[in-house]
Design a protein around this ligand. Structure first.
Ligand SMILES: [Zn+2]
Length: 242
C-alpha cells in the first residue's frame, strides 16, 4: 500500500464521515438533506385501494446521492435516516387509510437475485421494516412478508429509460406465497419509483393472488414530464383529508 493510500486510511479513521447527500461534516445525513427527505410526494398508483402512492422525496440531487450510496455502495449507516424518513411518511399518510384494518402485510419490492448478491442484502426490506413498525405504532398488526420475487434483470434499472425498464420488468415479478395474499391488506414498499411500471407489476401480481393492495410507499419519486399527475405542494392537505 502506498503512502497516499495509508493517508486515506488514517483520514477515514481520524476524521468523522460526511453527509451521504452533500458531504457536510459530522453527519450520516445532515439536517438539510433530512429536510429533503420530508417532502411527501403523492403519485397516482392504479390498482391500489386509494389509487395513489406516497414518496418521502423527489429523486435527484442530494436525495439521489444518499440513495445510491446506501443501496449501491453499502453505506448502511443510512439505514437509520432512511428508515426514519419512511416511518414519518407512513405515520403521515397511512393513519386514515389503515385505521380499522386488523392486519397489514408490508411487502418489499423485489430485486433481482443478481442485485441482492451484489449488495449482500435485500435493501428494501429495511424500508419495509420501518413502515411495519410505524403501522404497529398505530395499533395495527403489521409485519414484513417478502412475497414478491423478480427474475434476473440485466443492468441497473434506475439507469434505463422508462420504456426499457417497463419491458424488462414486464412479467418478471411473481408472488412467492400466494396463499398468504387472499383477502390480505398489503402495502408495497420500494426505494425509488421511476415510471411506476415496477410498482404496477408488483400491485398486479399481488392482486392476481387475491390481495387488496392499499397503497405503495417509496423513499423517492422521479419527477415526470407530465407533472400534472403529481401533487407535491398539495400533499399535506391531501393526506390530512384522506
Ligand atoms: Zn447533507
Amino acid at each position: 500500500m502506498g503512502i497516499s493510500a495509508w493517508l486515506g486510511v488514517i483520514r477515514d479513521v481520524v476524521l468523522p464521515r460526511g453527509c451521504a447527500g452533500c458531504d457536510a461534516p459530522d453527519a450520516v445525513v445532515c439536517g438539510e438533506c433530512r429536510e429533503l427527505l420530508d417532502r411527501t410526494v403523492v403519485f397516482d398508483m392504479p390498482g391500489t385501494s386509494i389509487g395513489r402512492g406516497y414518496a418521502c422525496a423527489w429523486y435527484g440531487g442530494a436525495v439521489r446521492q444518499v440513495i445510491l450510496g446506501w443501496k449501491d455502495h453499502r453505506d448502511e449507516e443510512c439505514d437509520g435516516p432512511l428508515s426514519e424518513a419512511m416511518a414519518v411518511l407512513a405515520a403521515r399518510c397511512l393513519q386514515a387509510t389503515v385505521s380499522g384494518m386488523h392486519t397489514v402485510l408490508v411487502v418489499p419490492a423485489p430485486s433481482s437475485s443478481a442485485s441482492v448478491h451484489r449488495r449482500g442484502r435485500r435493501h428494501t426490506a429495511v424500508l419495509a421494516a420501518a413502515v411495519a413498525r410505524a403501522c404497529r405504532d398505530m395499533g395495527i398488526d403489521a409485519r414484513v412478508v417478502p412475497l414478491l420475487t423478480m427474475d434476473h434483470v440485466r443492468g441497473r434499472s434506475v439507469q434505463m429509460g422508462g420504456g426499457q425498464r417497463s419491458r424488462r420488468v414486464s412479467g418478471r415479478i411473481a408472488v412467492r406465497r400466494p396463499e398468504l395474499c387472499r383477502h390480505a391488506h398489503v402495502i408495497v414498499v420500494d426505494d425509488i419509483v421511476t415510471t411506476g411500471a415496477t410498482m404496477r407489476q408488483c400491485v398486479d401480481a399481488l392482486r392476481s393472488s387475491g390481495a387488496q393492495v392499499v397503497t405503495c410507499l417509496s423513499v423517492a419519486y422521479t419527477p415526470q414530464p407530465d407533472a400534472a399527475t403529481v401533487r407535491d405542494s398539495a400533499a399535506r392537505d391531501d393526506t390530512s383529508a384522506a
